[in-house]
Design a protein around this ligand. Sequence first.
Ligand code: AMP
Ligand code: MN
Ligand code: MN
Length: 363
Amino acid sequence: MTDVTSLADLSLLPVPEAGDATARTQAESGDAVGEQRNRAVEAILSAVQGGESILLVAHVDPDGDSLGSAIALGLALRTLGSRASVSFDSDPFVVPRSLTFLPGQDLLVPPALVPATPDLVVTLDAGSLGRLGALGRVATRARRMVVIDHHASNTRFGDINVIDADAASTSVMITDVIDALGVELDHDLAVAIYTGLVTDTGSFRYAATTPVVHQLAARLLATGIRHDLITRTVWDTHRFGYLRLLGELLGRARLEPEHDLVWTWCAFPDLTRAGLTLDEIEGVIDIVRATAEAEVAVVCKQGADEVWRVSVRSKGAVDVGAVCTELGGGGHRFAAGLTSSNPLEQTLDSLRDALVRAPRLPV
Ligand code: AMP
Ligand code: MN
Ligand code: MN
C-alpha cells in the first residue's frame, strides 16, 4: 500500500533543470506540436475563406473541456464569418446540466442534422475515433479531419493531428489556435475556455496546473468572467436527489488493500430512483479518490444501455491511462476511463488483473 506522502516529502521531489534531457525532449515535441498547429490553422482558415462546411465535434457525453473547446472554436469561427456547427453523440442529445450556462449554444446541431459529408471536421478532446460515437462515421467522410487533443493515448486518427499530452486541457490548445486565427479573446470565448481549464485541472489542483495555466487563467479573468459562478455551477451545484444517492454510493464503497484499490458503483436503477442523469454523478470519483489507503480509485456508472462507464484515477504510482487503454478505454496517466458491456464483477476483475500487472511508477 502507498504511504501517505507528507508535505515535507514534497520538497524533496526532483525539479528538472532547464537543458536536461527531459526539458529538451519536451521542447522538441513542443516544436512538433507547433508545426501541426500551424497546419491546422491553415486548414481552418482556408475552409473559412472558401465558405466550406465546418463541423466541430466533442467526444461522447461531453465534459466541460470537450464542449467548452468546441464552443470556443465555434464562436471564434463565427467572428471570422463561418457558420461552423458543434455536435456530439449523446442519448438524448442534451447539454449536461452543469454546462447549460455555456454561451454559443445556438451553434449546437444534433448528430442526425449535421452535414453528411462536411468539408472540414475538427475534433476536440477525443483520444480516438471511437470517442466520437456515431459522429465517427461523419468525421471519416469529411474531406479533411483535424484532431486537437491532449490525451497521451491519442491514436492520431485525423489528417492533421495536434496532440499535446503536456497541455492541461484541450481548451489551452484551442486558445493558441484562436490566437493564431487572429480572433480577440472576448467574454464569451473566455467563459468557454475557462470552463475547460477548470474542469480538467480539477480547479487548478492537478499536477498539470503549470505557470502557463495560471497565466491563461489571469488572461481569461481579465475579460470580466464570473469565474466564481462558473466553478460553482461546474463543481458545486447538485439537485437534492444527489445528496441521497451520494450517501448510498459512498456507503457501499469497497476498500481492497490487496489491490491498493477503492471502488464503488452506481447501477442504472440507482440513478433513475434518484431521478438523476449520468452526467450528474461525474464528481463522485473525486470524493472516492480522496481515500488515503488506496492508490487507485474506481467508480462504475451504468447507463440506460446497461453499459458500464468506468472512471479510474491514480495518485501517481500507476499509469491508469495505460491500464485503461489496454482494456479498450483510454485517458491520461492519472485520470482515465473505459466502457464495458460485461457484468460489473467481470468488469472489475479485468481491471484488478490489469492493475496487478501494471508497473509501479516512481512517485
Ligand atoms: P472520466 O472518468 O469520464 O472523467 O474520464 C477520465 C479521462 O479518461 C478523460 O480524459 C476521458 O476522456 C478518458 N476516458 C473516459 N472514458 C473513456 C473511454 N471509454 N475511452 C477512452 N477514454 C476515456
Ligand atoms: Mn474530456
Ligand atoms: Mn480534456
